[in-house]
Design a binder for this molecule. Sequence first.
Ligand code: URP
Ligand code: ZN
Ligand code: ZN
Length: 479
Amino acid sequence: MAVLIKGGTVVTAEHTWRADVLCDEGKIQAIRENLEPLPKTEVIDAGGQYVMPGGIDPHTHMQLPFMGTVASEDFESGTAAALAGGTTMIIDFVIPSPQQNILEAYNQWRAWAEKSVADYSFHVAITWWDDTVAADMKTLVREKGVNSFKHFMAYKGAIMCDDEILVNSFSRAIELGAIVTCHAENGELVYRLQQKIFDMGITGPEGHPLSRPPEVEGEAANRAIRIAEVLGVPLYLVHNSCKQSLEAITRARNEGQRVYGEVLAGHLLIDDSVYRDKDFDTAAAYVMSPPFRSQEHQEALWRGLQSGNLQTTATDHCCFCADQKAAGKDDFRMIPNGTAGVENRMEVLWHHGVSTGRLTMNEFVAVTSSNAAKIFNIFPRKGSIAVGADADIVVWDPEATKTISAKTHMQKIDFNIFEGMEVKGCASHTLSQGNVVFSNGSLKVERGAGRYVDRPPYATYYDAMTKRAEHKKPTAVER
Ligand code: URP
Ligand code: ZN
Ligand code: ZN
C-alpha cells in the first residue's frame, strides 16, 4: 500500500524544507507540498514532526559467536529493535574463525541474517591470510556485494591481525576497490596488561579499562593509519573512544589522507566510573572494547563529531546477558565483550546532540545515516530523502519523551547501558521499504522482509588512490 507522510518537515544532511513524501513500491515517489493521497493510501500525519532518512548503524554484531558464547540478539530481534528506534539498516560483520574459509563464513552469516526484518549488509573480517583469502576477497567484492574488510588489531590468540596480515589485506583491498576498517587496539599490549593486572589481584570488571588504556588504542589507530597511508587505501576506524585515536585521525585528515572515524553512542555518553560499580553484574554489563573512558575523552569525541573528523555514529550492538557475562565472575578477561544500543542510538544522539546545540538537525542526519551511506557506497539509495531512493524513513517527534529502560526496550538483552536516561525526541513512525513497520510504540514487522544490500566497490576511490600512490612513488634519488 502507498504511504503518504503529510504535513512534516523534511530534514536531510543537506537541507530542511516543508514537504509531503509519497512512498510506493518500496521507493520514494514524490516529495512536494500539498500532495494528495491516492485511493488506498495510508496517510501519516507528520504535523510538527521531522521526516528524515532512516538511521544506518554501520557497526552491529547480531548473534555473534564470541568469547565462548553467542550474542543473545539475533538478526530478527535486532533489526526489529533497530526499527523501533528509527534505524532502518544495519551493517553487521562476518567474522571467520582463523583458518575458516571466508566465503564459507560469509554464506553462514547470510543464512543467519535471512530472518532480518530490516535491510542489512556485511563487512567481512580478515582474521588470517593465505592465497585463498586473497582470491576469496575478490569474489566477495566482484560477486557478493562486499566493499569493506574489517581487521581486529586486538583479541590476541583469537581473531587478531598482525602487521603482516594487515599489509596483505590492505594491499589486496586497494587492488579490488574496497575500503579497510580496523578495530584499533594494540592486542599484544592488552594481553600483557591483562596478565599484569590480573596478577596484581585485580580480577573484577574494574580491571578491564586498566588493561586497555587510551594509549593502546592511539598506537593501533596511528599504525593502521600509517600502513593505509603507505599503501594508499582508504581507512575507516571503528569505535574511536579516546583523544589519542581522534588525534591520529585528525592529523591524517589534515594531511589529506582518506581516513574516516566512527564513534559509538555509548562512548559519547557513558564514562568509566561504571566499571567501579560494586555489583558485578552491573559493572560487567558495561564491559566492551575499547572501554568507556573518562569525561575528557567524551568531550573530545563530541568535538570530533562536530568538526567532521568523526563522520559516523554506531552502536557496536553486541548483546550478552548477565548469565553470559558471569563467565568472567572470577576473571575480567573472560567477560564477553559487548554492549547493546541499536534501539537507542538515534534518540540519545538527538537528545544530547541536537537538543544541546552540539549538532544541527542536518548534521544529525549526516552522522546517523547519510555519511555511513556515502562511506560504504550505498548513497543515495540509502541515507537520503530523494525521489527514487529506498523509502526507509523515520518520522521524528521532537516533543515525544521517554525514559530508556531494559524493562521496556525491545532489544533482547537484560540490561540497558542508558538505563534511566530521559530523552526528548523519538521516532513516532518508521518506514522500511515503504511499509510502516513501527508506529507510536508498536512494531509491525515481517520475518525475512529485510533484504541484503549489495555495496559496489569504489571505482572512483580506487582510481583516485591508485593515482595518489603513483604520485607518491619514490623518486629515482629516493630509490
Ligand atoms: O566489545 C566489543 N566491542 N565487542 C564486539 C566485538 C568488537 O570488538 O567490536
Ligand atoms: Zn571492535
Ligand atoms: Zn564491533
